[in-house]
Ligand binder design. Structure first.
Ligand code: NAP
Length: 533
C-alpha cells in the first residue's frame, strides 16, 4: 500500500473538539492534521442548519475558555447562540489559530489499522488516501450520525426529504407547502415553530411526547456580556466545579420534600420563568427519586395543559413515559404555543405507527396523510455511531466494532484497551453529553495531550488503557447510572432509538467536577490505569 502522508497525529473531525486538539498538538510541535468529511469547520453547527437550530446552553458558557484573548474579543449577540453565530465562531477560531491549512475538508475516513511492525496507525479515506500516524484521535462527535428510520416506500416519495442533522446549505422554502415532520425531540421542538411560520400546513407525527422548558431566549444585553467577561475566571471555575459544567447550575441543597407543595411549586415557577434547565437543579433528588421527579413532571404537564387550548392535543403532548430530565430536556421558544395555530396538526402515532411512505405522504395503520415535503427530526445513532462507522482494527486484527458489539467499553471515555495510541474526545462513559460540551472537550483534550506528551518525553512507543481499569470504569459508570432514574427512559443515552443496538447507558452521570477530580488523581499517580511501552 502506498502511503500518501506521514503524520505524528491524525485527528478526525473539525468541530470544537478537533480544532482545540489540533491547536494543542501543533503548538507543541507535533505534525498534526485533521480529516473532516464536511466542507468547513463547525461539526454539529456545520451540519445542523435546520430552521430554529440554536444551542440549548447559553453562549457565554458554551464557548472556549483556553484563550483569554479569544473569550474577551468575541462578542456573542444572542443569549443562546444560533447555528449561524456558532458556525461563525468556529470559523473565527479556525482563522485565529491558523488551523485551516492543517485541515483536509471533504475527506471521509473509513478505515484505520494498527501496524504491528511500525507501531503506527494506517488510516484510509474513501478516496484511497492512506496516512500513517503515531497518534490517532477521534473527535467525531456524539450526535453526528443522523438516524433516518428505515420506513418502506421512502424512495417513492415525490417531494423533498430533509433530515435536521444533515440540513442543506440553502434553506428550503416552505411557503405554500404542507410539511410533514417526524420526531419531537430537541430538533423537532426547535424546528416545528419556525417551519410553521411559513409553511401552509405542518403535520407533526409524534410517537412519544417530550418534556420541554422555555428557553426564554433574548438578545444578549451588552452589560450582561461585559460583566461576564470581566468575571470570566470566576464563572469558568464555578463551571468546572459543578456537575453539568455551567456556572449558574450549582448543586441543589434540599430535597423536593423538604418544602411543602406550595413552596415547591413556587420554586418550579421561578425556574420556569428563568428558563433553561434551571428546574432540574431545584432539588437534590429530582433524578434519583421517582416521587420527587413526579412533582416536577406534573408541574410541567400542567403548564402544557395551560398553554395548549385544545384539551385533546394538550393531553397528547403530555409525557408520562419517562421521568422528567432522564431524556435530554428540550428547550423551546413557543413550541407548545405552536399547536394553537390553525396550520399545525399533531398526529399521535404511538398506537398507529407509520407503516409506509407513499409518493404523496405516509400511511399509518389506519390513515393516509398527504404532504409536499418531509422532515426527519429523528435524531442520531448517538455516541457510538460515528466511531463504529470507521473500521478500526488493532494489532491482533480485532475490530473495535466487534469489541463493542455488546455496548461500548472505554477507560474514562478516552481510550479502549488493546487499541494503542487511539484516543476519543468525549467518548462513551465520559460526562461529555451530560455537560457543557466545550468544557468537557477542553478537559479531555488537555488530558489526552498530557498522555501523548508523557509518551513522547519518555520515549515510549505506545500508550493504552489497561483492561482491568477499563472494566472497573465501565462497572463504575453503570453503578452511577443505576443509582439514578436515567435508565428508566427510552432514550439515545441508552441506545434505545436505534433498532438492534444493545441497551447500555452510555454517558457518565457522576458530574464533570467528580470526573475531573478523578482524572487529576490519575495524572498524579503517573497515569494510573494506562500502560506505556
Ligand atoms: P431525538 O431526541 O433522538 O428525537 C428523535 C425523535 O424522532 C423522537 O421524537 C423519536 O420518537 C422520533 N422518531 C425516531 N424514529 C422514529 C420513527 N421510526 N417513527 C416515528 N418517530 C420516530 O433526536 P433530536 O431531536 O435530533 O435530538 C438529539 C439530541 O441532539 C438532543 O437530545 C440534544 O442532546 C441534541 N440537540 C441539541 C439541540 C440544542 O442544543 N438545542 C438541538 C437539537 C438536538 P421516540 O421518542 O418515540 O423514539
Amino acid at each position: 500500500m502506498k502511503i500518501n502522508k506521514f503524520l505524528d497525529t491524525l485527528i478526525i473531525g473539525a468541530g470544537f473538539a478537533g480544532m482545540y486538539c489540533l491547536h494543542k498538538q501543533i503548538s507543541d510541535g507535533f505534525i498534526a492534521e485533521i480529516y473532516e468529511q464536511g466542507g468547513d469547520v463547525g461539526g454539529t453547527w456545520y451540519w445542523n442548519r435546520y430552521p430554529g437550530a440554536r444551542c440549548d446552553i447559553e453562549s457565554m458558557d458554551y464557548s472556549y475558555s483556553f484563550s483569554e484573548e479569544l473569550q474577551q474579543e468575541w462578542n456573542w449577540k444572542e443569549k443562546y447562540g444560533t447555528q449561524p453565530e456558532l458556525l461563525n465562531y468556529a470559523k473565527h477560531v479556525c482563522e485565529k489559530f491558523n488551523l485551516r491549512q492543517k485541515i483536509n475538508f471533504n475527506k471521509k475516513i473509513i478505515k484505520a489499522v494498527f501496524n504491528k511492525k511500525t507501531e503506527k496507525w494506517i488510516v484510509s479515506s474513501d478516496d484511497n488516501i492512506h496516512i500513517e500516524c503515531k497518534y490517532f484521535i477521534l473527535a467525531t462527535g456524539n450526535l453526528s450520525t443522523p438516524n433516518t428510520p428505515n420506513i418502506s416506500g421512502i424512495n417513492n416519495f415525490e417531494g423533498s426529504i430533509y433530515h435536521t442533522g444533515a440540513w442543506p446549505k440553502e434553506m428550503p422554502k416552505f411557503e405554500e407547502r404542507t410539511v410533514g415532520v417526524i420526531g419531537t425531540g430537541s430538533s423537532g421542538v426547535q424546528s416545528i415553530p419556525i417551519i410553521s411560520e411559513t409553511a401552509k400546513n405542518v403535520l407533526v407525527f409524534q410517537r412519544t411526547p417530550n418534556f420541554s422548558l422555555p428557553a426564554r431566549h433574548t438578545k444578549l444585553p451588552e452589560d450582561k456580556r461585559d460583566n461576564y467577561k470581566k468575571n470570566y475566571t470566576m464563572y469558568r471555575t464555578l463551571a468546572k466545579n459543578s456537575s453539568f459544567g455551567i456556572a449558574k447550575y450549582q448543586p441543589p441543597t434540599q430535597s423536593a420534600f423538604d418544602v411543602n407543595e406550595d413552596e415547591r411549586n413556587k420554586i418550579y415557577q421561578k425556574a420556569w420563568e428563568e428558563g433553561g434547565q434551571a428546574m432540574l437543579f431545584s432539588f437534590t433528588d429530582l433524578l434519583t427519586d421517582k416521587r420527587a421527579n413526579d412533582t416536577a413532571a406534573e408541574f410541567v404537564r400542567n403548564k402544557i395543559r395551560d398553554i395548549v387550548s385544545d384539551k385533546d392535543v394538550a393531553d397528547k403532548l403530555c409525557p408520562f413515559d419517562h421521568p422528567i430530565g432522564t431524556k435530554r430536556l428540550c428547550l423551546d421558544s413557543n413550541y407548545f404555543q405552536t399547536y394553537n395555530k390553525q396550520n399545525v396538526s399533531l398526529i399521535d402515532i404511538s398506537k398507529n405507527p407509520i407503516s409506509e411512505i407513499t409518493k404523496n405522504g405516509l400511511l399509518t395503520n389506519n390513515t393516509e396523510y398527504k404532504f409536499d415535503d418531509l422532515v426527519f427530526a429523528t435524531g442520531f445513532d448517538a455516541m457510538t455511531g460515528a466511531v463504529n462507522a470507521i473500521d478500526i482494527i488493532n494489532d491482533n486484527e480485532v475490530s473495535l466494532k466487534s469489541k463493542w458489539a455488546d455496548g461500548p467499553k472505554t477507560y474514562l471515555g478516552i481510550m479502549v484497551s488493546e487499541f494503542p495510541n487511539l484516543f476519543m474526545i468525549t467518548g462513551p462513559q465520559s460526562p461529555g453529553v451530560k455537560s457543557q460540551m466545550i468544557l468537557s472537550i477542553e478537559q479531555h483534550v488537555d488530558f489526552i495531550h498530557g498522555l501523548i506528551l508523557h509518551n513522547k518525553n519518555n520515549n515510549f512507543r505506545q500508550v493504552y488503557a489497561k483492561s482491568k481499569n477499563q472494566d472497573e470504569w465501565v462497572n463504575h459508570n453503570n453503578d452511577v447510572a443505576h443509582s439514578t432514574l436515567y435508565p428508566l427512559a427510552h432514550s439515545w443515552y441508552n441506545g434505545d432509538n436505534i433498532i438492534g443496538k444493545k441497551r447500555n447507558f452510555m454517558p457518565y452521570v457522576g458530574g464533570v467536577a467528580n470526573y475531573k477530580k478523578l482524572c487529576d488523581e490519575i495524572i498524579k499517580n503517573d497515569y494510573e490505569g494506562f500502560e506505556f511501552t
